[in-house]
Write a protein that binds this ligand. Structure first.
Ligand code: PLP
Length: 436
């Protein structure tokens, strides 16, 4: 390696884009505990998921195959924005005066501005292939809703989105994006579903939560045969679709003779973190010395303060019950700006790996997170999503530890999305109005 200088951007050719996703279930040191049916509380079989998901996604959810091929039509759409660049944060390193090398995988270059199209596109594709006409989903800050609107538009499927009310009000432009791509958007809780009406009866001013919005979307999907449900995070197949991020990053780092000592991602449901880290976790199972860190908000500290137990994925208890870190399915987090991180639970795969010590978790308050985002914007130029800023805060902390110890570690984090529709949060930070 010697004094070889890494370029600012490591770019893969389209022909180098991975053609399979990585399914970590094939390599887990111990299998995850099975999901339970919400009706019987017994281990759920494929039949329990049939009303909700197309068969191919159910198979992927339970698959033990190590690699699953990405269909040609999906690869074709991915190539609108993939492979995404891997960037070296030279200017941030200089600002921090750290010997660490910081790399970020820039998923903000997708049309929706986040990593979420990586799963929205295949999910829409598999629904289309199985004759589904309509999908219901929930969205927090609107990134998932907009990503799925895009996917559904490309594959000719109607979409209804239940958007957490606090975000619906804070982020009107995400609603506009969804409508541009042809979706219908509701502020959740609505009075159109039983789950929504039950919540409103108790608290007419409820700001909503992802758990409540999921209940509404699941309820509506269960009502009609031509309608399925779609989830933007948490589930095994969603995490698997995101592994294209980590697979690309690995290939990009190889090109410049690098391998990360630390891999970092922010965690809402866990999908972008899973995406960047699972291909490296495989190496860790094989004995590689590598730290993998999940970062979450202190106001919704699922992995750092939640209990590892069976809990419902949604507020009303309609969705399958899974073994995960959870703050309880009735938990309604405070309305912080990182709307995409306000979920009471976390991916069962990520939970298991944190629980078993293969991954670590840290939590930060939002003022520190915005401060990190400001440093990033003023060095690397990009105005990143409040969710992503959690990963940046952690990367900065790790780089500063290197400054103290004099170690030149290689740090990789997932830049999960841009913050151009989150400027209100930046505005409040600049005005000094942001609280923890
Ligand atoms: C949705 C979202 C997240 C959180 O979701 P995960 O499933 O945990 O990845 C993080 N960053 C951005 C930009 C998002 O849109």
């Amino acid at each position: 390696m010697g004094s070889k200088v890494t370029p600012h951007k490591v770019i893969l050719d389209e022909s180098e884009m991975p053609t399979s996703w990585y399914n970590i279930q094939a390599d887990l040191p111990e299998p995850v505990d099975p999901p339970l049916s919400p009706m019987t509380k017994e281990p759920a079989g494929p039949e329990d998921f049939i009303p909700l998901f197309p068969m191919e996604l159910i198979k992927q959810e339970m698959s033990q195959e190590r690699y699953i091929e990405i269909p040609d039509e999906v690869q074709h759409v991915y190539k609108l924005f993939r492979p995404t660049p891997l960037q070296r944060a030279y200017r941030l390193e200089k600002e921090l005066d750290t010997p660490a090398k910081i790399f970020y995988k820039n998923e903000s270059v997708s049309p929706a501005g986040s990593h979420k199209p990586n799963t929205a596109i295949p999910q829409a594709y598999y629904n289309k292939m199985e004759g589904v006409k309509r999908i219901c989903t929930e969205t927090g800050a609107g990134q998932w809703g907009s990503a799925l609107s895009l996917g559904c538009k490309f594959f000719g499927i109607e979409l209804e989105v239940y958007m957490v009310k606090v975000s619906f009000e804070q982020k009107p432009y995400r609603r506009a994006m969804m409508e541009v791509w042809g979706a219908k958007v509701h502020a959740s809780p609505t009075d159109e579903t039983e789950s929504g009406r039950a919540v409103l009866a108790e608290d007419p001013n409820c700001p909503g939560s992802l758990g409540i919005a999921i209940s509404e979307a699941v309820e509506m999907a269960l009502k009609r045969d031509d309608t399925k449900y779609s989830l933007g995070s948490v589930l095994n197949h969603v995490c698997m679709h995101q592994t294209i991020v980590g697979l690309e990053a690995k290939a990009q780092l190889e090109k410049v003779d690098e391998y990360p000592d630390v891999v970092i991602g922010c965690v809402g449901g866990g999908s972008n973190f899973a995406g960047i880290s699972f291909p490296f976790a495989k190496d860790k199972f094989d004995g590689k010395d590598i730290r993998i860190i999940a970062v979450e908000p202190l106001s919704c500290p699922t992995l750092t303060q939640g209990k590892y137990e069976y809990d419902c994925g949604d507020e009303a208890g309609l969705a399958p019950i899974v073994m995960m870190y959870t703050l309880g399915h009735k938990f309604v987090p405070s309305p912080i700006h990182a709307g995409g991180l306000r979920y009471h639970g976390a991916s069962p795969l990520v939970s298991k790996l944190v629980h078993d010590g293969y991954m670590e978790a840290v939590a930060y308050p939002q003022t520190q997170v915005f401060e990190a985002a400001m440093t990033f914007a003023r060095t690397e130029g990009l105005i990143i999503a409040p969710e992503t800023s959690h990963a940046v805060k952690c990367a900065i902390d790790e780089a500063l530890k290197c400054k103290e110890s004099g170690e030149s570690k290689t740090i990789l984090f997932n830049l999960s999305g841009h913050g151009l529709l989150d400027l209100r949060g930046y505005d409040e930070y600049l005005a000094g109005n942001l609280v923890d």
